[in-house]
Design a protein around this ligand. Structure first.
Ligand SMILES: Cc1cc2nc3c(=O)[nH]c(=O)nc-3n(C[C@H](O)[C@H](O)[C@H](O)COP(=O)(O)O)c2cc1C
Length: 458
């Protein structure tokens, strides 16, 4: 078809010319190009020495637990409701006696200043500014008092590993309580150190050593090394110094004899709320709730401990059906997007924690990088909720999600038979029963996947 053509006039071009002012701050420029957590990870990888990046990014053995956990979040189908007023979306939740502006918080991570020199101060101040909780690890590289200073008005939680020297553990816990930390996460999935093979292949130690290989790897990453060498040497909240591998450190430090009675004793020492982190079966969830804790964190430590461990997100529906309303259910491992968080809430979680998503932001750009992580996840949560037709977290319920299952458990002799593949979502747990009823969604499994009732065998 012949089209009429004309010569464009300058007045036609002017409105099309939108030149952004040049951003002179390299960090801001870099972060502005990151639109997903995966983008932040790519920047982090470029800027962090291999040893520290792999320590963060990697998991145990063949890294199957982590890969499966991330895949489980991708293998869901959302069921949106139409014609709902979503002009205002309330993403805030009540968690362990306080409000959080978003349904996620920052998970405890050890050695954080090794990933990027601003470490826990960046994480906690960013969390405080966003109105979400920050968790400090027993193996944190900033003291509880330092975290309080960086996040004076926000919520800080303390994560406890029970050490062989119990007095030391209790002293550290007391310092956190005195610094106003309101919640204790007792991590129970490290009776022995997981085999982080990337660290073994990299010869990774704490502190990182200067070898010909690391020096060569440092050349394109001068800022990391400059920060590392010109800021306070790595010390830990819990121990003065360490020279060796992280596995050796964990095995030398932690008490593998800790049992349910010890948990009750720890609970009685802490003035605030107590949750157990690292729950991986429904039976253990029930057992710790019977011991009087305030909450559970379904977690396999980001796949860093037992490889081939249960996928926490898959455990959610059965745990929520049994314990929803009776305890606070938090889930982590594998969260890389706001949609993952929304799916977890719909399947019965009260709250979520993010580990690597936060650390990728930190490694990509210190405090501003953590701000970017929180911003990306928050925008994704709001957008997903709007597209699902919900305007508050309480409205999310299992009808919004079908888990599509690639790996179906095989029946064991004498054990409950694996659930048949059906497309009906599991019944809503008690605490969500008040959510608005919706017309049943017809769920159509993606190719090669089977729609699962929100249930797995333990
Ligand atoms: C580098 C790194 C260090 C961690 N250190 C601790 C720790 O000291 N204590 C703990 O309870 N969990 C620790 N975790 C586990 C996290 O708290 C959280 O369970 C996990 O990162 C969640 O998975 P995600 O990274 O896929 O979000 C660590 C995780 C990472 C990635």
């Amino acid at each position: 078809m012949k089209m009429e053509r004309r010569i464009p006039r300058p007045a036609d071009l002017a409105p099309l010319m939108r030149f952004k002012p040049l951003e002179l701050d390299g960090r801001k420029r870099r972060l502005a190009k990151a639109h997903t957590i995966a983008d932040l990870r790519a920047i982090a990888k470029r800027r962090t020495p291999k040893g520290a990046f792999d320590y963060t990014d990697g998991a145990a053995e063949e890294e199957l637990s982590l890969a499966r956990a991330r895949r489980a979040f991708r293998e869901i189908e959302f069921h949106p409701a139409i014609l709902r007023d979503v002009s205002q979306v309330d993403t805030s939740v009540e968690i362990f006696g306080g409000r959080s502006a978003m349904p996620f918080g920052i998970a405890p991570t050890g050695f954080t200043r090794m990933m990027q020199a601003e470490g826990e101060r960046a994480g906690s101040s960013a969390a405080g500014a966003a109105g979400i909780p920050f968790s400090l690890s027993t193996l944190g590289t900033t003291s509880p008092e330092g975290v309080r200073e960086a996040n004076p008005d926000g919520r800080n939680w303390f994560q406890l590993y029970m050490q062989k020297d119990r007095d030391k553990s209790m002293q550290l816990m007391q310092r956190a309580a005195d610094a106003g930390f309101d919640t204790l996460l007792v991590t129970v999935d490290v009776p022995a150190a997981g085999a982080r093979l990337r660290d073994s292949y990299n010869g990774f130690t704490i502190p990182p050593q200067l070898t010909p290989r690391t020096v060569l790897n440092a050349i394109p990453r001068p800022e990391w090394w400059w920060n590392f060498l010109t800021t306070e040497p790595l010390t830990f909240a819990s121990l003065s110094e360490w020279n060796g591998t992280i596995g050796e450190l964990l095995d030398s430090l932690f008490d593998p004899t800790v049992d349910f009675d010890d948990l009750e004793w720890i609970r009685d020492q802490w003035p605030g709320k107590v949750a157990v982190k690292g729950i991986q079966t429904l039976d253990d969830a029930k057992a710790v709730v019977d011991r009087g804790v305030d909450g559970i964190v379904l977690s396999n430590h980001g796949g860093r401990q037992l490889d081939r461990a249960p996928i926490p997100f898959r455990l959610l529906p059965s745990v929520a059906a049994e314990l929803g309303g009776k305890t606070t259910i938090v889930v982590d491992t594998g969260i890389m997007a706001g949609a993952d968080i929304v799916a977890a809430l719909a399947c019965g979680a009260d709250f979520t924690l993010v580990g690597r998503a936060y650390l990728y932001g930190l490694m990509a750009g210190g405090r501003e990088g953590v701000d970017r992580t929180i911003e990306i996840l928050s925008k994704e949560i709001v957008r997903t909720m709007k597209l699902l037709g919900v305007s508050s977290v309480a409205e999310l319920n299992p009808d919004h999600v079908t888990q599509l299952q690639r790996m179906v458990p095989v029946a064991r002799p004498g054990a409950a038979v694996a659930p048949p593949a059906v497309s009906t979502p599991a019944p809503a747990p008690a605490k969500r029963a008040a959510a608005k009823p919706r017309a049943k969604a017809a769920s159509k499994p993606a190719e090669g996947l089977v729609a699962s009732p929100n249930r797995t065998t333990s």
